[in-house]
Design a binder for this molecule. Structure first.
Ligand SMILES: Nc1ncnc2c1ncn2[C@@H]1O[C@H](COP(=O)(O)OP(=O)(O)O)[C@@H](O)[C@H]1O
Ligand SMILES: [Mg+2]
Length: 243
């Protein structure tokens, strides 16, 4: 098995200056992830799921601990890597899908989706062809392809977001409730795409509002709710221990 990620004793807290206090979002989390593995993160609201994903993606700096990512160029600690390395890894090896599209003024839906391919060296024409294929797969109407997503509905924006985020296979894919605001057919297209990426070796850590949507993809589950014993005893042997 190809190791992709080793997280060791990772902690993250926030200083709440206005309160003169600090709060711990999560503490001493350790986990490993291999290629093609799908790890479901669960836990009640505020348990720290989004914070953990953002810390892995380095949107947040870890307070302590290590995030050893096995990149195509060797092992790198994402908790300590230089910003320039993080930027490069995000371009080619680590993806993050959230509920929200970051639309940009005067950039069309198809150009936004084609951009990761352009950055990876595809020709403009091939990238646009592939972008249109994925816009179609996620159910974005043809008339919207050359339009600006800022004016799209929430569901349409999310489909553009998914097409862009999933167009290039990554080694590691982080997913934060990507199905929120999706209709049934787009949800099905998303699950198909995730299954194909998993089969190609992408390792995934995801939070899903309705985990049943991805039931057939889940290999392991981590519960971030503090002080919980696993509530699904039959899966206990597949649940990582979170201290
Ligand atoms: N940037 C931030 N500054 C301060 N507190 C934050 C920040 N981001 C998240 N938190 C807090 O960390 C806790 C975990 O939040 P979050 O990771 O969003 O939970 P979840 O995604 O599991 O619902 C919450 O109490 C939240 O208010
Ligand atoms: Mg969240």
């Amino acid at each position: 098995m190809t190791r992709i990620l080793e997280v060791r004793a990772l902690s993250k807290g926030f200083d709440m200056h206005h309160l003169g206090a600090s709060m711990q979002a999560f503490e001493a989390i350790s986990l490993t992830l291999d290629a093609s593995e799908f790890l479901l993160l669960k836990g009640r609201n505020g348990a720290g799921k989004s914070t953990l994903l953002r810390t892995l993606y380095r949107s947040y700096l870890a307070q302590s601990g290590e995030i050893l990512f096995h990149s195509s160029h060797g092992v790198i600690d994402l908790a300590r890597a230089a910003d320039v390395d993080i930027t490069l890894l995000r371009r080619t090896e680590i993806g993050f899908v959230t509920q929200f599209l970051q639309a940009r003024p005067r950039v069309s839906a198809e150009a936004l989706v084609a951009e990761p391919l352009r950055l990876a060296g595809w020709t403009a024409e091939a990238a646009l062809d592939e972008a249109r294929h994925w816009l179609d797969a996620f159910g974005v109407k043809r008339t919207l392809w050359p339009a600006y997503p800022a004016t799209f509905s929430g569901g349409e924006q999310q489909k553009v977001n998914l097409a862009r985020a999933l167009i290039l296979p990554q080694r590691l894919l982080l997913l934060d409730e990507p199905t929120a605001s999706l209709d049934a057919s787009a949800r099905a297209a998303l699950i198909d795409r995730l299954a194909a990426l998993k089969a190609q070796g992408t390792a995934m850590i995801g939070v899903f509002h309705h985990p049943g949507d991805v039931a057939q993809l889940i290999d392991r589950t981590i519960d971030l709710t503090p002080d919980t014993t696993p509530d699904t005893p039959q899966q206990e042997d597949r649940t990582d221990v979170v201290v």
